[in-house]
Design a protein around this ligand. Sequence first.
Ligand code: ADP
Ligand code: MG
Length: 531
Amino acid sequence: MVMTFEEFEISNNLKKAVKEMGFEAPSPIQEKVIPELLKEQDVIGQAQTGTGKTAAFGIPLINGINSKQKHVQALVLTPTRELAIQVAGEFQKLSKFNKVQTLPVYGGQSIGHQIKTMKRGVQIVVGTPGRVLDHISRGTLQLDRISHLVLDEADEMLDMGFIEDIEKILKNANEDRQTMLFSATMPPAIRKLSNKYMRTPKQVTIDKGEVAAPSIEQVYYKVLEKNKLDSLCRIIDSETLDLGIIFCRTKKGVAELTEALQARGYMADGLHGDLTQSQRDVVMKKFRKSTVEFLVATDVAARGIDVQNVTHVVNYDIPQDPESYVHRIGRTGRAGREGIAITLVTPREMKHLRSIEREIKNPIQSKSVPSIEEVVEKQQETWKHQVVQLIEDHESDDSLYGNITADLLSDYSADKVVTALMKLAFYSHSDEKVETAGYDFGETGAQQGMTRFFINVGRNVDMTPKKLVEDVAKLVGIDAGRIGKIDIFENFTFMEVPEESAPFVYEGLKYARVGGAKINLEPAKPRPKRK
Ligand code: ADP
Ligand code: MG
């Protein structure tokens, strides 16, 4: 049984918005939490990051807002400004078809601007505890008429020392309200907070037990968001593949990727929840008969499909949780056949990959996206193999080509003829692929084959080479030994990394902390030449 958003008792406008966001089915936490919240029940939700907690509280919350009333009816507290902006953004998408106004408030943005917007009438405020308190003490935010209050990432807020602020806010809020608390973990202080301020909360936990990954080959490739498609093409071109299922997160993703693959000449078809049963049957039939090599699908669409000879499962978008990872990769390697599970990981998803590895208790091996040369070499091998096979099973229609073969061979050497045929076979292939260079960092003053970066922190944040190497190796998934020269100064640092990992390091460090500090990194300038 697959649950859909249609089954929730929420407004049609919300259903429409969810559909437009490309969500096909509720995630496990959404499936459990939304019905409880719709009953006005207080809820504690515990689930890993990336499991869709925002919409889990956002959907019932927005459903409960009276859009005709212009006062603040809901408050969402988040630990950071980034998260406040992100949650408010998701709320704005969810309320695309109803007139519910959401405003993010956080430190670092002019308070005057926030006050002005607030006066125009917002129903939902999403903010960091400090700035929210600020508004309360100025009298620009009243919580005496709110009906919903959310503590998002409660454990993070605890870690950041916001507990007192949160208590002050809770004491200021209307007692007759629904309180929701979301957290990845449940430390005692959070437990205490919930006992004090929530009314017989219902606890919902997405248990992460019983996730045992099947024993098939699992690898991940580090890719950059902007050339994910090219990377995918190279990867699948370099694999010996019969049938592959490629997973995307949303229906929209499925449609776009299917189209892009078809445009590049792959035999691909998409499967998603909007297809009628008969359209679905047509696609599945083609897939079973191997007239399409790739089935692009969402998790939901792929449920219940049973195809025996799937050689590859590709996670074009990383799965949301370990269960889904296990589910997806279980579609290959059935009935004793060998299968390969490939996951594409962007820099900001590395942490998520690590958490999947932890849950399935199985390290996933890292591989680099093959270069064009490797792909061509691989394709030539396949071609050679096919030629040899054709030669060896003597077909009776060989005589059809007798004349032209004799003609060509009488005028040219066998060498020349074969090379020309090869060119014919590969020309179209290698030419149509757009080569997108990832990044060009220019001359950075690094040793041969390396790229040197400038990092804007040094000893002032207690940076040590050991810390830096450990963090970077973990983040980028490379062997610590491959990181090159490191020079740490008082306020900055230089670090050399292998050229091929440089774009990944560059993008990855933008979303990470090194030794606990938020950092900025730039390609280094070449050292001035000594005279
Ligand atoms: P969490 O708060 O649990 O870390 P988020 O709410 O930030 O997770 O969701 C992670 C991502 O998953 C977001 O990009 C969100 O839009 C997407 N998402 C949430 N629910 C669904 C769903 N039911 N189907 C597809 N994508 C979803
Ligand atoms: Mg969240």
